[in-house]
Design a binder for this molecule. Structure first.
Ligand SMILES: NC(=O)c1ccc[n+]([C@@H]2O[C@H](COP(=O)([O-])OP(=O)(O)OC[C@H]3O[C@@H](n4cnc5c(N)ncnc54)[C@H](OP(=O)(O)O)[C@@H]3O)[C@@H](O)[C@H]2O)c1
Length: 310
């Protein structure tokens, strides 16, 4: 009985958020702070505003980014202009415990998906991000010790309190996703997927997402930059060369072709882009217009795999 109520509540929340909408292209914030470009508060603010102008309204965080500092830096920018909060959606994650002077009680890198840790992490994220609610909370990595019943109970508490609007997973295998989803319906699985990482198309990860109507978000959609840096790498050379040929045909850039390739998949994938450069962010947003043919999609797949399909 409790589960039915939980499921209904989640449906209502999903409906509301569906109307509010996440942007198809999501701005990844992992590199905005100490793990990347080290934006000042002014730069965070202008980056958020430029993204909104472009049409990217959803921002992807995790508690651990910048060794637990990036959320607070982003939140400081939101504090400077409180009107921004209603114009954007915040994703954050929990469950990874890093060893860092910022968490002196962590003895080794580990996972923690207990109720106590998830709630502790959400409370920190809310405080850091200067917000009353998180639009989407993800369990960052599947934890061998995770108890799906305990996670479901925790999700239920967070949703009921209004502190979290939607819940999901990240890097979950099909069976892990299926296990949790059967107890508590999740909205999203955020996974690694790109022309350099096509495994999700073959190991059931995108299949189960389609079957259960779970949204897929793809991190490292540009292979964490490897595609563009990989002039020494035969696979990257093949991909860039093919993407350039198609880019010329459609009058777009090779990276737009690669994002268009990802978004053509029937799992309706949302790329979580990592660049901090505004021209590339704009270009990624415009990649939504790219429409390659099925055959061209397979040309890029062949360039990635170095062989025809069987
Ligand atoms: N859930 C998870 O486990 C998980 C794991 C990793 C990341 N994430 C999320 O995913 C986001 C994106 O990850 P990512 O940074 O690996 O994504 P990515 O977009 O694949 O890679 C970003 C890197 O590629 C370079 N790049 C992108 N487009 C380029 C282009 N057109 N030409 C040349 N270089 C280009 C960027 O350089 P420039 O900055 O110089 O453009 C940057 O170094 C993160 O910010 C984070 O929010 C989630």
């Amino acid at each position: 009985m409790v589960l039915v109520i939980v499921a209904e509540t989640q449906e209502v929340v999903k409906e509301e958020i569906g109307k509010m909408g996440f942007s198809k292209i999501i701005a990844g914030c992992m590199n905005w702070g100490r793990w990347g470009v080290g934006f000042s508060t002014e730069s965070y603010l202008s980056q958020i505003e430029r993204c909104l102008e472009i049409g990217i309204t959803t921002f992807d965080h995790a508690d651990i980014y910048g060794h637990y500092t990036t959320e607070a830096e982003f939140g400081l920018a939101l504090k400077h202009k409180t009107s921004l909060r209603d114009q954007l959606q915040l994703i954050t994650k929990c469950g990874i415990c890093l060893t860092t002077p910022n968490r002196p009680n962590h003895k080794i890198k580990s996972y923690n998906t207990t109720k106590a840790h998830i709630i502790f992490s959400v409370e920190n994220s809310l405080r850091n991000l200067n917000t009353d609610y998180i639009d989407l909370l993800l369990i960052h990595r599947p934890d061998p010790l995770m108890d799906p019943h305990e996670i479901a109970e925790t999700f239920s508490i967070l949703i009921e309190s209004g502190k979290v609007k939607q819940v999901g997973t990240s890097n979950f295998t099909p069976s892990q996703l299926s296990m949790l989803h059967a107890i508590y319906p999740v909205s999203v699985n955020q996974i690694e997927a790109s022309i350099l990482h096509t495994k999700p198309f073959y190991n059931g990860t995108t299949d189960i997402a389609i079957e259960k109507d779970i949204s897929v978000q793809a991190w490292s959609p540009m292979g964490a930059g490897k595609i563009t840096l990989g002039t020494e790498d035969e696979q990257c050379r093949r991909i860039v060369s093919m993407a350039n040929i198609l880019g010329e045909k459609y009058g777009v850039t090779f990276d737009q072709i690669l994002l268009g390739w990802l978004m053509k998949h029937p799992a309706n994938i949302s790329p979580v882009i990592g660049t901090t450069k505004l021209d590339r962010i704009k270009s990624a947003f415009e990649a939504q217009q790219v429409e390659i043919t099925n055959e061209e999609w397979h040309m890029l797949l062949r360039a990635s795999h170095g062989a025809d399909v069987p």
